[in-house]
Design a protein around this ligand. Structure first.
Ligand code: MG
Length: 276
């Protein structure tokens, strides 16, 4: 038994509260209430409060089929990476960056599992970008690389939806990356994951389009937390999405897009036409 696991059992025995290892955390709505819980197969056990300071299961159990899964966190901001996979740099024939290239996506872009990605009328090319995202656990300011893992609640799937034509047309990426529905997150936050060796796949209408592993990252996740937290304070629930591997491509209304990370699950969304 690992030291970490022993520590968890000890923690449960002493306080009834468990720390952040070995679980899938979901955020969901039922009867017009928003709750957090731990996903166990096809059931959810609710927890007291949000999962950031502590995780304490309570005696409320729900069937997964009876609830609506929401984005697993409600971030104040999303920090995204411009170019962070060797394979993607090769695909673009772009030189490797000397430092992480970060940009922001607004909280208003966030959608959850099974939600619609809305094609904006001003774009003729909207792309998927399958990514592994980090969910921040506590306020993070000038965090060292060594301490970075202590600031992580867990990991989730992310689709960094991008209006590619507008990205090329603009010098800044804000417009291309920020439309409502352009930040799909979920389905859960996995707290126990080795972020240095995660397989990631993107499927469009069931066809494999992207296949990467985080061992191909140019800047590691601890480095990204270190770098970003020297720029801005990261808050509980904030997200750093770590960049996309090779194989980016377009989606069109009617398409189904899925980001799959085996240890987390599948983030599934549907592309629809803007009807307004
Ligand atoms: Mg991206």
């Amino acid at each position: 038994m690992s030291t970490l696991y022993s520590k968890n059992l000890q923690s449960v025995a002493n306080t009834g509260k468990i720390n952040h290892s070995f679980m899938k955390i979901v955020r969901f709505s039922i009867d017009d209430k928003v709750k957090h819980g731990i996903l166990k197969g096809k059931t959810i056990q609710a927890i007291e409060d949000k999962p950031y300071r502590y995780i304490k299961p309570v005696d409320q159990h729900y069937k997964l089929s009876d609830v609506t899964l929401l984005p697993p966190s409600a971030p104040s901001k999303i920090v995204a990476l411009g170019l962070n996979y060797h394979s993607h740099a090769e695909e673009l024939q772009a030189p490797l960056p000397d430092a992480p290239l970060i940009f922001l996506k607004p909280s208003t872009a966030v959608i959850g599992p099974e939600d619609n990605i809305v094609y904006p009328p001003s774009s003729g090319r909207v792309d998927y970008e399958g990514e592994l995202a980090v969910v921040i656990k506590k306020p993070s300011w000038r965090v060292s690389i060594e301490d970075a893992p202590d600031y992580v609640l867990g990991y989730t799937c992310f689709n960094d939806v991008t209006a590619r034509d507008l990205q090329y047309a603009d010098k800044q990426w804000t417009r291309a990356k920020s439309f409502d529905t352009f930040a799909a997150i979920g389905p859960c936050i996995e707290t126990e994951l080795d972020p240095g060796n995660v397989d990631l796949e993107t499927y469009l209408n069931g066809e494999l389009k992207q296949k990467g592993n985080t061992s191909d990252l140019i800047f590691s996740i601890p480095k990204l937390i270190n770098f970003t937290s020297h720029v801005m304070t990261l808050l509980p629930g904030d997200i750093i999405t770590t960049g996309t591997p090779s194989g980016i491509g377009p989606m069109y209304p009617g398409d189904k897009v899925e980001i799959k990370i085996k240890l987390i699950g599948t983030l599934r969304n549907y592309v629809v036409k803007n009807d307004r």
